[in-house]
Design a binder for this molecule. Sequence first.
Ligand code: HSE
Length: 434
Amino acid sequence: MKPVKVGICGLGTVGSGTFNVLKRNAEEIARRAGRGIEVAQIAQRRPNPQCDTGSTPTTADVLAVADNPEIDVVVELIGGYTLARELVLRAIANGKHVVTANKALIAVHGNEIFARAREQGVIVAFEASVAGGIPVIKALREGLAANRINWVAGIINGTGNFILSEMREKGRTFPDVLAEAQALGYAEADPTFDVEGIDAAHKLTILASIAFGIPLQFDKAYTEGITRLTTADVGYAEALGYRIKHLGVARSTDQGIELRVHPTLIPADRLIANVNGVMNAVMVNGDAVGSTLFYGAGAGQEPTASAVVADLVDVVRAMTSDPENRVPHLAFQPDALSDHPVLPIEACESAYYLRIQAKDHPGVLAQVASILSARGINIESIMQKEAEEHDGLVPMILLTHRVTERHMVEAISALEALDDVVGDVVRIRVEHLN
Ligand code: HSE
């Protein structure tokens, strides 16, 4: 059988990794796919010295790949929303299948892209868009298809996890670690996407849609970054038996779907709390299977190429099948997607870590406890440190039981209004993941 012809658009870190893996493992891949996979064209702005593309035809114009009648599958690895969207829609309009690693594109424009793909009867595969080399989309969409998914929680940004791990283990500063992540090629072109949780929210949006069968709704995801975390809170969390991770949480409740990315205390004895460095991990809790954990490299040249090439193998296996009988893009049949709403953050529920800087007077603790109890907030534990030498203030650290965010916001305003409380109350959400 003739090989399937692929056009790779973008020959950066992932593009060159994809080319190299396809070449190195060509025989093994053909045995799996049932046909060879040949890179018939590459679009690149400039040559990549790390990738010997030999006699493969190249072009500087990505849209030429989408228009090339020889190409069966377009692999979009250029990133961003604008040109990538144009390229993918053009490829689909020309009847080509698409493989992409672009989480931003899928999270923001996925509904439109999948609708066009259905009209044309083509596949859009996007395993590499979430958690790099970890086949978590495949697992959620196919391996866990029997389940009602209760929640998904993941460390899905390697750069952020690397920063938090280095801060905790080595006491390194935030900018120092970020610079290293950039040099290692993990960080986004705009690293605020990593540290402000936008990249993780793109990925969480995709996971939530596949887990709960809802349209992609990135604009409703709540994001809070890690830039304001202090080593003091990292240390207090540790003393209480927790680790702080930048966690994406998608939870199905009767009222709606929680979709949120924020720093989170996780009990230190959970496996996911011990995922360090640039590694990613995703927990999925289903009603039949219970909790599962998927771990691996969430970025990097060949780990991400592993997912891109696996998608290519899937496309080759399915391209001759009846489009109606393929695995749906978002796991659920398109006419069976649910309109269960995504909840605003005020309606989400979690436990909390609070750090209050208080004057060292009798009765302060009683006032704090009274404000919390008036709003039905149950205190789980309290730790009070000695007064700080420089200002005489007492750090008071509380862990609460689960409460709706709205009630916690009210309580924090009341706490900050107390004469004996100085400055802002630090609030970090807590998830026990059990
Ligand atoms: N910037 C991302 C990360 C790359 O650090 O995880 C992979 O999506």
